[in-house]
Design a protein around this ligand. Structure first.
Ligand code: GLN
Length: 547
């Protein structure tokens, strides 16, 4: 039976609960335990798949095809444990399950209520896979006191009651604001937050306090006294230069020890932190900087491309070089020369995206990188843009475009080199989709295999001829253009095993030009940088040494 750690937040949002959870997961692993991390999100969307990346950050996709919160990306990056569909749930999903059960008559005519029907649904979710790991870490999104969060808080209270004593602990993350005028760290908001938590029956065992300043002993004692936690369970979380320092920093502050103490695990197994020491070393001992331009649409909010940013940093760590990521708005040079906007970059990345806005700029970025021999990595839409660019400028198909843009605008303006995929094979099953299906969940989602051509750049980069990567898209490069494009030097070097779906293209006579239909960034980790990002940054490093 797993032990459970419930992580809640108070005072303000965006304190780094996901990061704290992920770092704690890594620390428990370092002590030899197996872990799984879960996210319970109180919002009413069924999943983040249809939420705007401006509002909610990127959608993280799991191998089994769930569209989840970006915190699951943190969990994977810190623990290396591949997240699953069953690791993420929202109020929307909970209520929709409950209502489905009700319509089916599963509740035998009973009145359906938040307690017990909704809370039971949440408890069942938490309990899934209980026998698989030593520790299950469940993070509740939002902050205590949010109306939507109440059923989740009530469910975890009941859950801990249902389990044998000592099986569950609660960790609460808050902020200690610093008042510069009086030179004081204030504990009152934390006291109030814990009071709120206790009023709904939850007593935290561990208090993690974000703070800009060292927490004096006096304040620590006060927090312990008023919040009813042990002084050694008041853990300071200071701002860090890199998020990957978090496991070492939390260990220094005694978080993992406090957690094991709360479970009365004694003697505690000694941690082996060599992986994180190496990660630390790679962040801090670097030689030089490369500047990579990410040409996209959601450039105002870095969270929209969270995994890409992180994967580039991992690539930098692999090459012991600092990666400076700059976000370039593709719309800036749609009617203009791209060169002045892109010349300063050692490499160009065009990430995934939806809709026509900005695409002409992205096509220009691909052309610029191809013609100037600048390393180019195109991800999903970024691959489609590279194919359209080659079709227009190498194969002379002036009207080449994507059906996605015609669908959006209505009418037929483009020759669909990229078309809407309606039928494909997943494992051994055929899948069919229609453009008029509900927007949620109509994409080719999750892990698919690709076969890589022998002698290709990608097979060399991966050191393999068969790979598995995660997908999230509706449109697909039309394989009927393969011959024509290959004649012009755009090699379809990675294909779906049935040979129908182009997975990777690369430009033959180019130092580094690769487009992938999938999202390699989702699988990159600081201690295991993704081979594509590792090599892409290496290629950028070469360019930087030339100038
Ligand atoms: N909009 C494109 C499609 O649906 C690309 C999606 C993406 O980049 N994730 O195929």
């Amino acid at each position: 039976m797993a032990r459970y750690i419930f992580i809640t937040g108070g005072v303000v949002s965006s304190l780094g609960k996901g990061l704290a959870s992920a770092a704690l997961g890594a620390l428990l692993q370092a002590r030899g335990y197996s872990v799984r991390l879960r996210k319970l999100d109180p919002y009413l969307n069924v999943d983040p798949g249809t939420m705007s990346p401006f509002e909610h950050g990127e959608v993280f996709v799991t191998d089994d095809g769930a569209e989840t919160d970006l915190d699951l990306g943190h969990y994977e990056r810190f623990t290396g444990v591949a997240a699953r569909m069953t690791d993420s749930i929202s109020s929307g999903r909970v209520y929709s399950n409950v209502l489905e059960n009700e319509r089916r008559g599963d509740y035998l005519g009973k009145t359906i209520q938040v307690i017990p029907h909704v809370t039971n649904e949440i408890k069942d979710f938490i309990n899934t896979g209980d026998d698989e790991v030593d520790f299950m870490l469940c993070e509740i999104g939002g902050t205590v006191g949010d109306i939507e969060g109440l059923p989740f808080f009530e469910a975890i209270r009941q859950f801990a009651q249902d389990k044998p004593r000592g099986q569950c602990i609660f960790m609460h993350l808050t902020l200690l604001p610093w008042l510069a005028a009086s030179g004081e760290l204030k504990t009152k908001p934390t006291q109030h937050s814990v009071k709120e938590l206790r009023s709904i029956g939850l007593q935290p065992d561990i208090l993690v306090c974000r703070s800009e300043q060292p927490i004096p002993e006096k304040e620590r004692a006060k927090l312990a006294l008023f919040c009813n936690v042990r002084p050694e369970s008041v853990i300071a979380a200071y701002d860090l230069k890199s998020i990957y320092e978090a496991p070492l920093a939390y260990h220094r502050e005694g978080l993992d020890q406090a957690v094991l103490d709360a479970f009365q695990i004694s003697p505690a197994p000694r941690p082996d932190l060599t992986v994180w020491q190496d990660v630390y070393d790679r962040i801090h001992t670097t030689d030089g900087t490369v500047t990579i331009g990410v040409v996209g649409k959601y450039t105002q909010l870095e969270d929209a491309y969270k995994s890409i940013k992180e994967a580039l940093i991992h690539g930098g760590m692999a090459n012991r070089i600092k990666v400076n990521v700059e976000w370039v708005d593709a719309e800036l040079f749609e009617d203009d020369d791209a060169a002045p906007h892109l010349e300063r970059y050692h490499a160009i990345l065009v990430p995934g995206g939806f809709g026509e806005r900005g695409t002409e700029g992205k096509i220009k970025a691909a052309q610029f990188a191809r013609e100037r021999n600048i390393p180019y990595l195109g991800i999903c839409l970024g691959m489609q843009m590279a194919v359209i660019e080659a079709a227009r400028n190498l194969a002379g198909l002036d009207k080449a475009g994507s059906e996605e843009f015609d669908h959006e605008a209505g009418g037929k303006r483009f020759e669909p080199v990229v078309y809407h995929l309606k039928e494909w094979i997943q494992g051994n099953h055929p899948v069919t989709r229609n453009l008029n299906d509900n927007k949620g969940g109509t994409m080719r989602l999750g892990a698919y295999t690709a076969s890589l051509a022998k002698g290709s750049k990608v097979s060399e980069v991966y050191g393999a001829t068969e790979i598995e990567e995660r997908h999230r898209h509706r449109y697909e490069v039309d394989v009927t253009y393969r011959e024509k494009l290959e004649e012009c030097g755009l090699w379809f070097s990675g294909m779906s095993p049935d040979g129908r779906l182009p997975e990777i293209v690369e430009v033959r006579d180019h130092p580094w030009f690769i487009g992938v239909q999938f999202h390699p960034e989702l699988k990159s980790k600081p201690f295991e940088p993704h081979p594509l990002f590792k090599d892409f940054v290496r290629a950028a490093k070469e360019v930087s040494r030339l100038v």
